[in-house]
Design a binder for this molecule. Structure first.
Ligand code: NAP
Length: 642
């Protein structure tokens, strides 16, 4: 699972028919540059076959059938030549070649500012994000231990990078295995909704994802394999929850209080702490009266009770967010009756291949064309990432509550059109499923038609009356109806704003982080906190993304920045690094102002993107490029070195 696929496994043995049928499943904008790189033949990326990304949500990327056919013919000839030449590993592309190839996939856009970022993301020849220094070279005799809290997606990458730099790491994980959210969420239908080829580490790309959006067991297996192959397991103490973290200012070290699953208490000392506890893992049980009165089984989606057999039961599901939208269709298959309580409808993005396996032909290409999987990753990045930001950006002169700009209105119409088509034969449902808030104000949900199919079932009932209370035998809504249920499932999300809870964190001057935040969490770059030297956050405040990207990308950026901070400490001999309050404050002002220019910042719709004060404490309002630029290395002027 390294940076590159094991390719040329089958190419030598493939007949022309195999190649042709595989090519039918190729994504041309990714395949041609991959082949051009593999063969050194830049005539494979002619300007007239570039994708056109100006048409929103066009599955053909603006390529006509003739262009597609011409591209596949070019690819066919190139693959035959590669087959005849026999396996060889192409050399890393030089800057000129890389520029030319990336420009092709990006449809002629100016990729210059992205060049280095994309070279890293592609990871064609070597992992360019590997730390270029080793602790034993910088400070061989200095004891320096980092405690990473959490072995989920973020914690693993932090531990991996620190280990590569030769820094002592201990990872404290409350669960019994790695994987974080992919370990905890086992509800039926759970799968990733960012394409796998992008929702994965740049240093551990997989050519053989079985599905475009793989299911939870596949994701969990991926993170387990990363932990194994990167040698991280020996660093991890499983079943160990951190309850408090306190700074000793005299030594500038942190003491972590931990409790094991067996209830044993212990302490861990560290010179630096990386909190990688996630944003979306503390279940939010709704504040509905009578919750405790219900007499049947009731559980939250992230604590799915697999001992409760839903077959033939009357099931009530509260919530229609990303989790519920995945398990509702599965529950409907087995329940006798399913009542879905929707407070706010979601916008759905049509995604026909959402549940599909990767076609055998495409899988063959991923395995046999050097770099195709990597280029496909870039294609997803470019197409779905920065490209959508303008559609989420507020035009201050735009009138209307349901959209924030002309482009946003266009997206609204496209998505409303999708729902209108899906529910055309169910007008009684249609009026309840079209959101009245702008697209991008809440998280999109992917759909391949399963949502409408499920809601239209005779044994599924959509209820939009507000819930008044939970009773002993069901859910009573404002119209007085008691919707009887044998089981209640809460798909009611997470306490996303309560960063780092319930852990206690005490920094300089005995300041308690939660008291400092007072429910309005902020950090510098989402990573560092004034007054909490050498305490680093991953997936901290304002590092979530709405449209552009995958959280793995952010985690990799954060890990590099944190490793960079530790490098400075080891290189300069300082004990600790503490962000300057004025830098932190100015940064947060900039983030707040930018969030107010985005659909999610201005809309008043319910969403976990905002905290109780109404501020967008979750979302990053800028481009992916900007986060990469700002986190490439720490600027020491931003810090007090202690
Ligand atoms: P969520 O998006 O916060 O959805 C919670 C749902 O519960 C919403 O429909 C919400 O209604 C409803 N709700 C909350 N409190 C309620 C109350 N008191 N009464 C009635 N309804 C109530 O949570 P989620 O679905 O677990 O998803 C959270 C995030 O996790 C996602 O946005 C995504 O980032 C991540 N996630 C990702 C995946 C994936 O990649 N496959 C899957 C699942 C989750 P309102 O909309 O009115 O607030």
């Amino acid at each position: 699972m390294a940076g590159m696929a094991d390719f040329s496994i089958d190419l030598a043995a493939a007949d022309d028919e195999t190649i042709r049928s595989a090519l039918a499943h190729a994504e041309v904008p990714a395949l041609l540059p991959a082949l051009a790189w593999a063969s050194g033949d830049l005539s494979l990326v002619p300007d007239h076959l570039r994708p056109d990304l100006s048409v929103l949500m066009d599955p053909t990327a603006g390529l006509s059938p003739d262009q597609q056919a011409e591209a596949r013919e070019l690819a066919f000839a190139a693959l035959r030549r590669l087959r005849a030449a026999g396996p060889s590993a192409p050399a890393p592309p030089d800057a000129g070649t890389l520029r030319r190839l990336l420009t092709f996939t990006a449809g002629g856009a100016d990729i210059e500012p992205y060049l280095e970022l994309l070279r890293e993301e592609l990871n064609l020849s070597e992992d360019l994000r590997t730390p270029t220094w080793r602790k034993e070279e910088l400070a061989p005799d200095r004891p320096f231990r980092v405690a990473v809290i959490g072995a989920g997606m973020s914690g693993l990458v932090a531990a991996h990078r620190l280990r590569q730099a030769g820094v002592e790491v201990v990872v404290l994980e409350k669960n019994d295995d790695v994987g974080g959210t992919w370990w905890e969420n086992t509800y039926p239908g759970c799968r990733v909704d960012v394409s796998n080829h992008f929702y994965s580490y740049s240093f551990a790309q997989r050519p053989d994802w079985p599905e475009h959006f793989s299911s939870q067991p596949v994701l969990l297996d991926y993170f387990r394999r990363v932990a194994d192959e990167c040698g991280l397991r020996p660093l991890i103490r499983f079943g160990t929850e951190v309850t408090s973290v306190e700074l000793d200012e005299s030594t500038m070290t942190w003491t972590l209080q931990v409790v094991t699953a067996a209830g044993e208490e212990d302490t861990v000392e560290a010179h630096a702490v990386v909190s990688a506890v996630g944003q979306l893992n503390r279940p939010n049980l709704p504040d509905i009266p009578g919750l405790e009165r219900f007499e049947g089984p009731a559980f939250h989606s992230a604590r799915w009770d697999h001992d409760v057999d839903l077959t033939g039961k009357r099931v009530a599901v509260i919530g229609t967010g990303a989790s519920a939208a995945q398990f509702i269709p599965e529950v409907a298959e087995v329940a006798a009756e399913l009542t879905v309580f929707q407070r706010t409808p979601a916008w759905f993005i049509p995604t026909p291949n959402y549940h599909d396996p990767v076609e055998p032909g495409a899988l063959w290409l991923f395995r046999n064309v050097p770099g195709y999987a990597n280029w496909y990753r870039f294609w997803i990045f470019w197409r779905n990432v920065e490209g959508l930001m303008p559609a989420a950006t507020v035009d201050p002169d735009w009138q209307g509550e349901q959209s924030v700009s002309q482009l946003n209105e266009l997206v609204r119409q496209l998505l409303a059109g999708y729902l209108q088509a899906e529910f055309a034969d169910a007008p009684e449902l249609l009026e309840h499923v079209i959101p009245d808030y702008p697209p991008f104000a809440k998280r999109f949900i992917r759909d391949n038609g399963v949502w409408a199919r499920t809601l239209k079932r005779e044994d599924v009932h959509l209820v939009t009356d507000p819930i008044e209370e939970i009773t002993a035998d069901g859910v009573r809504t404002a119209d007085g109806t008691v919707h009887r249920a044998d089981v209640i499932v809460y798909g009611t999300g997470f306490k996303a704003s309560e960063f780092l809870t319930p852990m206690k964190v005490v920094g300089r001057g005995g300041v308690d982080l939660h008291e400092r935040w007072a429910g309005d969490a902020r950090a510098y770059l989402g990573i560092t906190l004034p007054g909490f030297p050498n305490f680093f956050l991953m997936y901290g405040p304002n590092t979530n993304i709405v449209v552009n990207g995958s959280i793995t990308y952010f985690s990799e950026c954060e890990a590099r920045y944190i490793v960079g901070c530790i490098r400075e400490l080891l290189a300069t001999g300082h004990r600790a690094i503490d962000p300057r309050p004025e830098v932190h404050d100015a940064y947060n002002e900039r983030v707040d102002a930018a969030n107010l220019k985005m659909a999610w910042g201005v809309s008043s719709v319910n969403s976990w993107y905002k905290n109780a004060t109404g501020r967008s404490a979750q979302n990053w309002p800028f481009s992916l490029l900007e986060y990469w630029q700002q986190t490439r290395e720490p600027d020491l002027d931003d810090y007090e070195l202690l």
